[in-house]
Design a protein around this ligand. Structure first.
Ligand code: ZN
Length: 205
């Protein structure tokens, strides 16, 4: 067996060592329960951005959040065919039976900023193609002026909630009243979380 630090940044290996020596023993009972059961209540869909950590923001324990993170917290509308995001959504809703889905955007999102500012993404063609899932949000915020990034972040959360609703498992569960969809925007400099609800309202929580 290789030493864990081979090929890994030292701080990651140090972190694993600290986890095993300090954190794991303190939660040994929880991890023993989790070894037998996977019953998260919430599917959290956030941005891959390193500053937006779902478990930290919501103070969730292991086992509580089923998490999907994508660039720009984008959720493509349903289309038949193999797709990791779709499969994860379906698994969370139809198999695990989560009762809530949170789509969480955030301030200073690189993906939304690139779209708002029309950044040339020709050197990152996969990113450019992926961000097309935000086309409708870009169109809706065309006249937003200097606040466009923030407006686009909010509008993008709304658009992804609409996309989520096109997934059959989500449509079925919401129609049966056993699944709630929520939109959030996390503000990095203050730690604030604003709920995005309805076509134009943003209410602080
Ligand atoms: Zn982001």
């Amino acid at each position: 067996m290789h030493d864990l630090s081979d090929g890994l940044a030292d701080d990651l290996a140090d972190g694993v060592a600290r986890f095993q020596q300090e954190v794991f023993p303190a939660k040994a009972r929880l991890f023993a329960e989790l070894a037998e059961a996977h019953r998260p209540a919430t599917l959290f869909i956030g941005c891959s951005d390193a500053r937006v950590v779902p478990e930290l923001i919501t103070q969730s324990e292991p086992g509580e959040l089923f998490v999907i993170r994508t660039a720009g917290n984008l959720v493509p509308a349903y289309a038949p065919g193999p797709d990791g995001v779709t499969a994860s959504i379906e698994y969370a809703v139809a198999v695990l039976g989560v009762t809530a889905i949170v789509v969480c955007g955030h301030s200073a999102c690189g993906a939304m900023t690139a779209l708002a500012e029309g950044t040339d993404l020709s050197a990152a063609s996969s990113v450019a193609r992926w961000l097309r899932h935000a086309d409708a949000s870009v169109a809706r915020t065309a006249g937003a002026g200097p606040e466009r990034v923030a407006a686009l972040v909010r509008e993008n959360v709304r658009a992804q909630l609409a996309n989520l609703a096109t997934h059959p498992a989500v449509a079925r569960a919401t129609a049966e009243g056993r699944l709630a969809l929520r939109g959030w925007v996390y503000d990095i400099p203050t730690g604030g979380v604003a709920e995005v609800s309805g076509p134009s309202a943003a209410v602080a929580v």
